[in-house]
Design a protein around this ligand. Structure first.
Ligand code: TYD
Length: 169
């Protein structure tokens, strides 16, 4: 079955200049990139993304990590990969959550580490199942930022919406 999966290259992946390596590894899956952008992560977005971990002792540090405050690199690269069995394919390539337990050849096994505070800096995020993938993709992307119809949409006419546009040259 064709699926969509959200992939984030986290700030540690960007600081370590791993974007190229990760995209090359991801191409092994033969999945298609259908959306991509660089995002400056707000506290609200980070908290919403990791809402299922809100009661964990490491939650505050995790939110700081995703925002790039631990790496002085306040951005992540967000992508949607699409194709047959996308979620499991990407999870397998990403490896286990704990980088020390991840297969050494997986992305997290090869490039992740555990900080002295115990946070798993595991370089990428990959959606864990179809329900999470839909929730996460809708959180990180607008429908028009994805080149296929990932999920049903509706058209609304919005009045008085303030929006930044390019100033004339
Ligand atoms: P989780 O959603 O459980 O795993 P995954 O990213 O594999 O879907 O956890 C989210 C992130 O929280 C994880 O990528 C790294 C961090 N984390 C820790 O730092 N320590 C932990 O004990 C756990 C479970 C997660």
């Amino acid at each position: 079955m064709n699926q969509n999966s959200l992939i984030l290259i986290k700030p540690d992946g960007l600081v370590k200049s791993l974007t190229g390596n990760i995209l090359t590894r991801m191409s092994e899956t033969k999945l298609e990139i259908v959306a991509a952008k660089i995002v400056r992560v707000s506290p609200e977005l980070a908290k919403a993304h990791y809402q299922h971990l809100a009661d964990k002792p490491f939650f505050d540090e995790l939110i700081t990590y995703l925002q790039g405050q631990l790496h002085d690199r306040r951005k992540v690269m967000a992508m949607v990969y699409w194709g047959e069995d996308a979620i499991n394919k990407v999870r397998a390539l990403a490896g286990a959550t704990n980088p020390e337990e991840a297969e050494p050849t997986s992305i997290r096994g090869a490039y992740g580490r555990i900080t002295s505070k115990g946070i798993y800096e595991n370089v990428i995020h990959a959606s864990s199942d179809a329900i999470e993938a839909e929730r996460e993709i809708k959180l990180w992307f607008e429908p028009d930022e994805i080149i296929l119809d990932a999920f049903p949409t509706k058209t609304e006419t919005l009045n008085d919406v303030k929006k930044r546009v390019w100033a004339k040259a």
